[in-house]
Design a protein around this ligand. Sequence first.
Ligand code: AKG
Length: 248
Amino acid sequence: MTTQQDQTIQHADIHDVQRILDVLEQDGVVLVPGYLNPEEVTAAGAECHELFERTPPWGHHEEYSLGQSVRMERSDVDSSRFPILAAAFARPELEAVVHGFFGDGYIFSRTVYAILDVVGSTTRVQQLHYDKMRHLKSFVYLTDVGPANGPFHCVPGSHLLTRDLQRDNRERNVVPSDDDARVLPAELHEHRVAVVGSAGTLILFDSDIAHHAGIVSEGQRLAARSLSFGAYRTQTWYRTDGSVENPA
Ligand SMILES: O=C(O)CCC(=O)C(=O)O
């Protein structure tokens, strides 16, 4: 069973950094309605389509069954051609959140994705999971997202459980496998919340939260997201078999 978020996902203003940090610590997810205004939403949407259709050399098409996903490093983004996307993930208020979340040495909005999900889009992240390498995700809806067009789902509070599950690994710089990151107590499925919101809404979430990508049954969902990390991301990380997962 899935519930709508009305009572479950807390809202905050992007300038209220302390409240955002408090809610992230407690719930692992917070919603910032109106992060982009309607003009910015329209312009960001057009920039995403430009990325899909005339992909610059620094953009990488991700494997996607249907729909689109283009990944890029923010430092590569040509801000004269993609001004709104470049600015959306570089805002000082957002950086203040990332700094408060990770402390010194944080890596701000390093990687950015533009994503179009349509009926029939399938990806592995549609299964309930947490992310192998912890990060803070800034996820902006660029279309209105209701129950049918692929709302992000998560289980508020579950980041505390997975943080515990990964404590030993993290002390040893070990990342779990994709399969390990899908081993979750069955009851979590019952507590998933569908995060609906209007275009321009920002969802900030701790990637330790149990979550899955939206599944579109009608219409489509356009979105963009950035990933921010703590200083640990510059260290070398290993798979459980001892091979290097992320070179420093
Ligand atoms: O596309 C979504 O709804 C969110 C997917 C995502 O960020 C993830 O699975 O890590």
